[in-house]
Ligand binder design. Sequence first.
Ligand code: UDP
Length: 333
Amino acid sequence: MSNPILVTGGAGYIGSHTVRLLASQNRKVVVLDNLAYGHRDAIIDEGVELVIGDVGDRALLEKLFDQHQFGAVVHFAAFAYVGESVTDPLKYYRNNTAEPLTLLETMQAKDCKVFVFSSTCATYGVPDAVPIVETNKQDPINPYGRSKLMLEWILRDCETAWGLKSACLRYFNASGSSADGKIGEDHDPETHLIPRVLMALTGEISHLDVFGTDYPTPDGTCIRDYIHVEDLADAHAKALDFLAANGDSIRCNLGTGVGVSVKEIIDAAEEVTGRKVPVKFGPRREGDPPQLLADPRLAKELLGWEASRKDVREMVRGAWAWMNGPNSGRYEK
Ligand code: UDP
């Protein structure tokens, strides 16, 4: 059996779905999460150890590396609220850019040279062309995107200096929940479109605010590429295998290549639930690019990965099942 994998932020939304998949593939996983936004109950496999702590805690990291001899790190731990990153940029540069330096230094010291990184389409900013290919200019428009892009650069420099192999996976809009409804999306505050549409249906919020109807898109609302969280998880497993087989460092988009507007998400939710979403059309939200859409071909070429679910109704159906499941879409605090 190969060496264990350290998954930072493994109790978060995308992290927890990836941990479940890796555990189901009989890989030994240790999760490091400070539970700032992650949930203890999102780790449901008995064989997975959850260590509560920070990515910047050198003594803890050294202890864990000595104990487990990790063969790879999958790094999810990060803050991800774009608006907050604008009002409190140092929080983002500290947590998303500076703290991982301690993790990388420990990896270098312990000779662990495989790193899979949660990057984001936010590193492209307002794209100069869509669909977005990986060679598009990376020019983020907020501190969140910049905090992630800087780590991409740092990883390249670590490769030059000490041979770190990395996979920068640039996620588009993660959505949905596990097929069995046991784990799902629980952000506090919740800002993402699909959960908010559904919260407007359950009455948790009075209505959905649609941010902008005058974008240069066919129906005037923003277009995004919604990718199923279990498909994202699958890409991480494939990236680990790719790098372990001595593949070169890679940077690739993870999306479906299908663009869906805000209005189309509302239509999908109404179709899936059979209910009418209470909606208020309002002004644009600061910093929203009109259209973000992946060209997903490189991930297929390099990793043999592609999204298995491209119909956004599947993401909405999963999110709805999670909200109406035993947890009502919320983990215990
Ligand atoms: N959006 C919206 N109302 C909401 C939340 C989001 O109209 O309450 C829009 C948002 O402006 C964007 C799209 O839905 O065009 C997806 O937003 P989300 O925050 O889910 O993801 P983002 O693309 O910003 O990462």
